[in-house]
Every structure is written in structure tokens, then in C-alpha cells.
Design a protein around this ligand. Structure first.
Ligand code: ADP
Ligand code: MG
Length: 700
């Protein structure tokens, strides 16, 4: 049960002054309450201001800069009221010793204006100054107070992210009331840590962030932000560690076959494993031999050879008589895995099946019968695999490819289809360590750090679009030497038609300039059309493929050696890296031409530089994180780090590591959270919505 001390914070926002049912809905949408109920006071409190207005700024009229919010001490002049039916604004001139300004009002309420800005009197007026034709004006000032009332104006005002229909004054008022409800909570951080960092307590930190005294108070590295970010990270790390401890406790199976099946898969490969691959397989075998469940993340850049590692791992489990499942994010990828695994499985004697959403009812029924009878050892499929109707005779291991596209729920749904199912998660998008921790918690990680032998590095250059002709003639020279070229044009969703025209245009221009047939692939084409264009390029009938980013995933033409990416400045780093990964797959040196349209913005310039400097996907992902913040790497649009309200993967990476170690230590010393600190930590878990983990304690 929730500790009663938290009750005031879990009351709905509609209990706050000024928040009726309608406003409560708006507020809930803004601060992220649950879909079926109003946001709580605590939800509101974690809605931290993103800016502040400093009304202490009093430069005088003449020295006020356009766009600044200033406070002026002025004498009000004669009102310039427009005729009654005119749409013209109502203007009130005023002056101080430095100059003159106009206060401007649309749809004026005249009697109110006469009272608030009485002619000839002194007023303290605050608002945003704008200069027009060398004259300053202030449209709808925020405050106009008598000099003796000036103290009523807050000198520093927080500015909150808002939503349409919600006035900032309403939110500020509710927030002040919410802050008063924050109780003195028991401290969940240990004394030494607090002394060492100089952090304030939770309530202090929260109060300061909502009522900052200085701009620095709100910066990610201020002690107030650090304190709250750490609290949030600790809650998340602690919950993940509890879930993990619980999964382990639920028991796995010690799988210690003699490894003959795994060996025969490896022997069937037409190449030698890289050291990274061998290491990963060894780490997995060790996990499997333990009586606890495996939870391991296999990270490897595009083309590093994760599939083989997965198959070897599955073979180890299959040899013990259990079944395996491999889940891919798309049907194309599922089919690709199925096709590449078929010959290996045949040689090793593993009975392989494919399951996708396109299967007929009859196919599905037959497959289900074989799964139930244990006549299938390994099934490769899409999310169709974890539908409720699918069952296994004895599921022992699940491999999930491209994990970040699946939610935790789906992963749990699949691993729930067997007893103590071991889980291996593979990701091709290199997720930086900091994000691994946020999203997966304390998972074990194996990394494939090297590419298979014989791969040549890719030379990357960036060239201005002004030099298009030069690039086209170089492409011409390359294809006359027998090379193959991808030419990628960007697709911006909002203007698909224009982009389509651009791709078709580029196709025409290149056919004309190079005097030969060129393949074209874009998203609007039918599957057959696409296939035939692709295969013409693959088998060499055409030497150039003009494409939109549809080629990003799943295309394999090993003898393509050049990729030109047009308008490279419009692509994100991760996408550029994925695209570049289409070349450099054979034994010939390859190159990547980033064709940009100048002038380049700062971020775009930085991206192209990083691309030129490195081929290392992990490094690129880390840089990407710095440039964009965590959210976008995982494909979510909101800014900030997914699942977090305060902590940010880019700014608080160091805190994440500390929180992880801290939570480990906590569970080692007090696995039931029963000590004094443990009880305080339960409060923390509730506060940040991580209390589901507490239920596991009770179950265990
Ligand atoms: P990814 O890690 O991107 O999923 P894949 O598993 O699809 O990579 O492997 C990419 C290609 O490299 C495949 O054609 C695979 O057969 C090949 N490959 C994997 N391991 C090796 C190796 N050790 N030596 C040579 N080629 C390999
Ligand atoms: Mg793969």
C-alpha cells in the first residue's frame, strides 16, 4: 500500500485552486497523467519550468532591447483612444528619464485601462518591449502597479511549457498550491552521498525549481536539478533491479549440453567467427549454464554478424530438447533471417519454421500442431509469435531482434510462453551505454566490436551540391570501371509529392548524363515493381540505383561500392550511418559521398564532420545523443529522455551510473526494502511511478 504520507501528492489536480474539470483535462494532457484519470498533484509538480522571466531587469526605456522582458518605472501620458468603432489599437504613451514608450492594447476595456494606467501618475509596468521604426512599444503589459504595490509583482517568474487553452497564471497559481502540499518526506539518499554532493532535500529541490532565484538554479547541472534527476534515476534503476532480481528468482534452467549442436552450426558456416562473435557465444553459454534466467543484450553495428551468434545460442538451448523463438520487427527481416538460417539449420539438423502475420489460417494451424508436438525446434517470426493463441511444447529461449521497436510488455509476453525462458535481445542500432541503462536497466551486455575480416573501410567525403556535375562525372567514371552506385534522395514526409518529383527528376538527369538505364526505387511503388528494380541492380543489368531511404533496411548488394547521399544535411546521424552501411560489404574499398546544400547549420555541419571522421557506430550513436538528446534515437518524438520527466540521458549520464551502483548496493543490503532507508525508498518508487516493482517484493 502507498505510504499515507504521500496522499496529498496523489490527490487529483482538480483539488487545486482554479482547476475545474475542464482545466483538469488540459493539465492532465500536459503533465502526463494516466489516460483514464486526472493527473495527480505529483504529476503537476514534476512539470518543471523550462524558462524564467526576470522582472528585476530594469534598464530604462531607451536601453530596453527589442524582445526583452523589462520592468519600467514610468509616468503615464495622455491616452490615445481610437474612435469607438475603429479596429485600431488603444495606445498609452509613457516616459521615464531615458525616453518614451507606447503601451498598446487591442480590444481595449476602456474603463479598466483608465483605472490601471491613470494619466499623469507613476506606475511600475512590466512586459515585453518591441521596437518598431525606432520606437519602443509594449503590447499588453503583464503588470501595472502603483509604486507602493510593486512588491506584489514576483521578481522572478517561472515559465512553464503550456498547452492551448491553459493560461500561465492559472498554472502558476495551481503550482503554488501544489508546492504547499509537499510533505516533509523521509530521506532516501544516504547521508554521505548528500554531504559529498551538497544536494538539498527533495522538497527543497522541488521548491527551488518552481521558484528559482537565479537562472542557474534551473540548469541541468544545478544541485536542484541534479537532486531530482538523481531521485528519478534511482527510482528507475531500483525498480529495474528489483524486476531483474525477481525474474532471476523465478528460476531458469541450467542448460549444459555438450555443445555438439552449436558446434555443427558453427562448422556449417562458410567463414570463421570473429573474436567478438566467439566471445559473445561463450558469454551466452555461461549464462545458459547457470540455473538463473539469462537476460542479455547483444549489441553490434550493422553487418557485425549478430544473426550467427543468435543461432549458435539457440542451438545450445535446442540441444537440451527445448524450443527457440526468434522475433524480428518486420516481415522482411523475419523472412531474411529465415532464408539465411535455412541452409545452416538443414546441415545441423534443426527443424526450422517461419511464422508471419500473412500466414493462412490453415498454415497457422498446422504450424501450431507441430509446435505443440515438439516437431519444430526453432520458429522465426514477427510479432505474430507472441499472440495469445500461439503456444509451445517447451519454449526455452527467445531472441528478440531490434529490441527498441518492441516494448517491454511484448518481451515479457513472449518469455511468458515457457518456464524460465532465457532472453537474448539484439540491437543493430547502437544504443549508447547510457541509454542501455535507462531502458534495459542492469542487463548483461555483449558487444560485437569488430567487423568480419576482409571488410574494407569506407572513405567518406562531403561535397557541396554546387559540385553536382563533377560528382556525376566521377560516378560515370566509376561505373565504366564496373562499380555499382546507390544514389539516395531524402524523403520528407510532409511534402511527399515534391520529394517524389525530386527523385524522379534526379533519375532522369542521371539517365541523361550517364546515357544508360538506371533503376529507381521509392516508397510509392508496388512490391513487384520494387523487386524488379532491385534485382536489376543486384544482378548488374543496371549500375546505378536511385532510391529514397526505402533502401535503409534489409538491402544487400555486396558489390555496390559507392553511395551518394543527396541533401545529407537533412538526415540524422543514425540514418546516415545506416545508409552508409549499404556499401563496404564486399572485399573492395568503398566510398560514401555526402552531398549537401549549403550553408550548413551548426548541427548539420557537426553531423557531416562526425560521419567523415568515423565509421564506428557506437561513437556515432554517442555523438548523436549529444546532438539530439536521447529521445530521438529511440524513435520517440518528444524531447528529453523517454520515460523520464526530469533526468536527461545526455546531461545526467554520470548520475545514471551512480544510481545503478547505488540500487545494487541497496538490494544487496536490504532486498525487501524493510530498513528505515528501505521504507523511504518505497516512497521514492511511488513518487516516480515505479511502484509496480514493490508488488514483486510481496509476491517473492
Ligand atoms: P547484423 O549484425 O547486421 O545483423 P548479420 O548477422 O546480418 O549482421 O551479418 C551480416 C553479414 O555478414 C551476413 O551476410 C553474414 O553471413 C556475414 N557474416 C557474419 N559473421 C561473419 C564472419 N565472422 N565472417 C564473415 N562474414 C560474416
Ligand atoms: Mg540483423
Amino acid at each position: 500500500m502507498r505510504p499515507p504520507i504521500l496522499d496529498p501528492l496523489f490527490a487529483p489536480v482538480s483539488t487545486l485552486p482554479g482547476i475545474g474539470p475542464k482545466i483538469a483535462k488540459l493539465v492532465s494532457g500536459l503533465v502526463g497523467g494516466q489516460p483514464d484519470r486526472d493527473a495527480t498533484v505529483s504529476d503537476l509538480l514534476f512539470h518543471i519550468p523550462h524558462n524564467l522571466i526576470d522582472r528585476r531587469h530594469q534598464p530604462g526605456i531607451a536601453y530596453s532591447e527589442s524582445g526583452d522582458i523589462v520592468t519600467l518605472d514610468v509616468t503615464i501620458g495622455r491616452h490615445q483612444a481610437p474612435p469607438r468603432n475603429s479596429k485600431a489599437p488603444y495606445k498609452i504613451p509613457a516616459h521615464d528619464e531615458t525616453g518614451e514608450i507606447s503601451f498598446v492594447f487591442f480590444h481595449p476595456r476602456r474603463d479598466w485601462l483608465e483605472k490601471t494606467f491613470p494619466e499623469g501618475e507613476r506606475r511600475i509596468v512590466s512586459g515585453k518591449v518591441e521596437w518598431f521604426n525606432d520606437r519602443p512599444q509594449m503590447v499588453h503589459p503583464d503588470y501595472s502597479l502603483k509604486p507602493e504595490e510593486a512588491a506584489e509583482m514576483p521578481s522572478i517568474e517561472p515559465v512553464y511549457p503550456l498547452t492551448a487553452g491553459l493560461a500561465s497564471k492559472t498554472l502558476q497559481k495551481a503550482m503554488r498550491a501544489a508546492l504547499e502540499r509537499v510533505p516533509n518526506l523521509p530521506e532516501w539518499l544516504n547521508d554521505a552521498h548528500l554531504r559529498q554532493t551538497g544536494w538539498p532535500d527533495f522538497r527543497d529541490a522541488l521548491q527551488t525549481l518552481h521558484m528559482p532565484k537565479e537562472r542557474q538554479d534551473m540548469e541541468p547541472q544545478s544541485i536542484y536539478m541534479q537532486r531530482l534527476a538523481y531521485d528519478e534515476l534511482l527510482a528507475s534503476q531500483l525498480a529495474l533491479a528489483m524486476v531483474r532480481a525477481n525474474m532471476r528468482l523465478l528460476g531458469g534452467t541450467a542448460r549444459k549440453p555438450d555443445g555438439a549442436l552449436q558446434q555443427s552450426v558453427i562448422d556449417a558456416l562458410p567463414f570463421h567467427l570473429t573474436d567478438s562473435q566467439s566471445n559473445a557465444i561463450r558469454e551466452i553459454n555461461e549464462d545458459l549454464a547457470e540455473p538463473t534466467r539469462m537476460l542479455r543484450l547483444l549489441q553490434g553495428d550493422v553487418g557485425s554478424g549478430k544473426t550467427v551468434v543468435a543461432l549458435a545460442a539457440l542451438a545450445q538451448v535446442i540441444e537440451t530438447g527445448a524450443q527457440g523463438g526468434l522475433m524480428a520487427p518486420t516481415e522482411i527481416l523475419a523472412r531474411q533471417h529465415y532464408a539465411s538460417m535455412t541452409p545452416l539449420c538443414e546441415k545441423a539438423g534443426i527443424r526450422l519454421a517461419l511464422m508471419t502475420g500473412k500466414d493462412s489460417q490453415k498454415q497457422r494451424r498446422l504450424l501450431q500442431e507441430r509446435l505443440d508436438a515438439g516437431e519444430v525446434d526453432l520458429v522465426v517470426g514477427t510479432h505474430a509469435l507472441f499472440q495469445g493463441s500461439v503456444s509451445f511444447k517447451n519454449l526455452g529461449m527467445v531472441v528478440v531482434d531490434e529490441q527498441h521497436r518492441f516494448g517491454v510488455h511484448q518481451r515479457l509476453a513472449l518469455s511468458g510462453k515457457g518456464q524460465g525462458v532465457d532472453v537474448l535481445v539484439m540491437t543493430a542500432t547502437p544504443i549508447p551505454r547510457t541509454l542501455v541503462l535507462t531502458c534495459f536497466g542492469d542487463m548483461d551486455v555483449s558487444r560485437l566490436t569488430e567487423k568480419p575480416a576482409g571488410r574494407k573501410p569506407i572513405r567518406t567525403v562531403s561535397v557541396s551540391l554546387d559540385r553536382l556535375d563533377e560528382i556525376i562525372s566521377r560516378v560515370g567514371a566509376a561505373i565504366s570501371e564496373g562499380q555499382k552506385v546507390y544514389w539516395v534522395c531524402p524523403l520528407v514526409e510532409e511534402s511527399e509529392k515534391i520529394d517524389l518529383a525530386a527523385v524522379e527528376d534526379r533519375h532522369r538527369v542521371l539517365e541523361h548524363a550517364l546515357r544508360q538505364r538506371i533503376s529507381l526505387v521509392h516508397g510509392r511503388m508496388g512490391a513487384d515493381e520494387k523487386d524488379s528494380a532491385m534485382s536489376a541492380f543486384k544482378n548488374g543489368e543496371t549500375k546505378v540505383l536511385v532510391a529514397t531511404t526505402v533502401i535503409e533496411v534489409g538491402v544487400d548488394v555486396p558489390d555496390a561500392t559507392i553511395i551518394v547521399i543527396e541533401h545529407a544535411e537533412r538526415f540524422g546521424l543514425a540514418q546516415l550511418h545506416q545508409l552508409r552501411g549499404r556499401v563496404g560489404r564486399g572485399d573492395k574499398p568503398s566510398s560514401c559521398v555526402l552531398l549537401y546544400k549549403g550553408p550548413l547549420g551548426e548541427t548539420a555541419g557537426a553531423r557531416l564532420n562526425i560521419m567523415r571522421e568515423t565509421n564506428d557506430g557506437f561513437l556515432i550513436a554517442e555523438e548523436d545523443l549529444k546532438l539530439r538528446g536521447g529521445g530521438e534515437i529511440l524513435g520517440t518524438r518528444q524531447s528529453g529522455t523517454p520515460g523520464f520527466r526530469i533526468a536527461r540521458a545526455d546531461e545526467h549520464a554520470d548520475l545514471m551510473e551512480v544510481a545503478r551502483d547505488d540500487s545494487r548496493l541497496i538490494l544487496e543490503m536490504d532486498p525487501e526494502l524493510k530498513s528505515e532507508r528501505g521504507v523511504a525508498l518505497r516512497c521514492l518508487l511511488y513518487l516516480f511511478g515505479r511502484d509496480a516493482a514493490i508488488r514483486l517484493l510481496r509476491a517473492g
